[in-house]
Design a protein around this ligand. Structure first.
Ligand SMILES: Nc1nc2c(ncn2[C@@H]2O[C@H](COP(=O)(O)OP(=O)(O)OP(=O)(O)O)[C@@H](O)[C@H]2O)c(=O)[nH]1
Length: 266
């Protein structure tokens, strides 16, 4: 794809976020607000006016964890590529996608890390938990054990991150598989666990696409707002890694990902 006058690739129209996205249910929401934080709005105006160059764009790291086969890869692929794969192919170690947004006129990216749920790949995957701004703990709505296991997944992800530094989401996948009454029962249990985890709950289906875009828009909006507020407190935009540009960070991440895939299990 060709860049525009500034050499930047235009962001597709379906990745434009202007309104503050709603939560799934107020019973388990990280924010009950219906509009952006008033201080962040000032930051948006300032950021839009400054036209930050590509290599100073804001990016947040999102790590998706959960049992094997719960549908982490399918969830990411539905959002990033609008595809659904019926056959199960285990993630080996880790994989990642970069998804670009424009939030209130300002470019923003999510670096979404898909981690392996299989025990034998855990030691590779856990090396990538560090530095997350968002942790998504996924479970299968049709497999209640996978909901119980989300506590342990979160604990492990938080071992590599500062307490209070991450937004936590609890996501029930495959909600197309449940009849309405069962779905409501599982949601009730999930909302209770989300409250314990201080997480926001969402129920989605990668197969039908239900709630997938709304969920990732919510993630992007909260992460972006937090970046803006942090920048306003501390000066220059936060970036991934140790002062590298988004381009060099991406190149390094690609190398790391390819290396881990080749290595297979530990
Ligand atoms: N019906 C239905 N099936 C789904 C959905 N999402 C995923 N699946 C199926 O569940 C299986 C596992 O999906 P994956 O996305 O590969 O699971 P994963 O959590 O990434 O698994 P690991 O890589 O081993 O950790 C596949 O056969 C998918 O087709 C969904 O929303 N609805």
């Amino acid at each position: 794809m060709q860049g525009n006058r500034n050499g930047m690739i235009p962001i597709s129209r379906d990745r434009l976020i202007s309104e503050f996205p709603k939560c799934y249910t107020p019973e388990a929401a990280l924010q009950l607000r219906t509009d952006w934080d008033i201080r962040a709005k000032v930051g948006f105006k300032d950021g839009a006016a400054r036209h930050q160059p590509w290599d100073r764009q804001r990016m947040s790291k999102v790590v998706v964890v959960g049992d094997l086969n719960v549908g982490k890869t399918c969830l990411i692929n539905r959002f990033c590529k609008d595809v659904f794969e019926r056959d199960y192919k285990a993630t080996i170690g880790v994989d990642f996608e970069i998804e670009r947004f424009e939030v209130s006129g300002i470019p923003f990216s999510l670096q979404i890390w898909d981690t392996a749920g299989q025990e034998k790949f855990k030691c590779i995957a856990s090396a990538y938990y560090r530095g997350a701004q968002v942790i998504i703990t996924a479970f299968d709505m049709a497999d209640i054990k996978s909901l119980d296991h989300t506590r342990r997944w979160l604990e492990e992800a938080m071992r590599e991150n500062e307490p209070d530094s991450c937004f936590i989401f609890l996501v029930g996948t495959k909600n197309d598989l449940l009849p309405l009454d069962e779905r409501q029962r599982t949601e009730k249990d999930a909302i209770r666990i989300a409250a314990e985890m201080q997480a926001e709950f969402w129920a989605v289906s990668a197969k039908t696409g239900e709630n997938v875009q709304s969920f990732f828009f919510r993630v992007a909006a909260l992460a972006f707002e937090k970046c803006v507020l942090k920048d306003m407190e501390s000066g220059p935009p936060a970036r991934i890694g140790h002062g590298g540009s988004i381009k060099s960070d991406c190149a390094n991440l690609e190398k790391a990902s390819a290396h881990d895939k080749k290595r297979g299990c530990c």
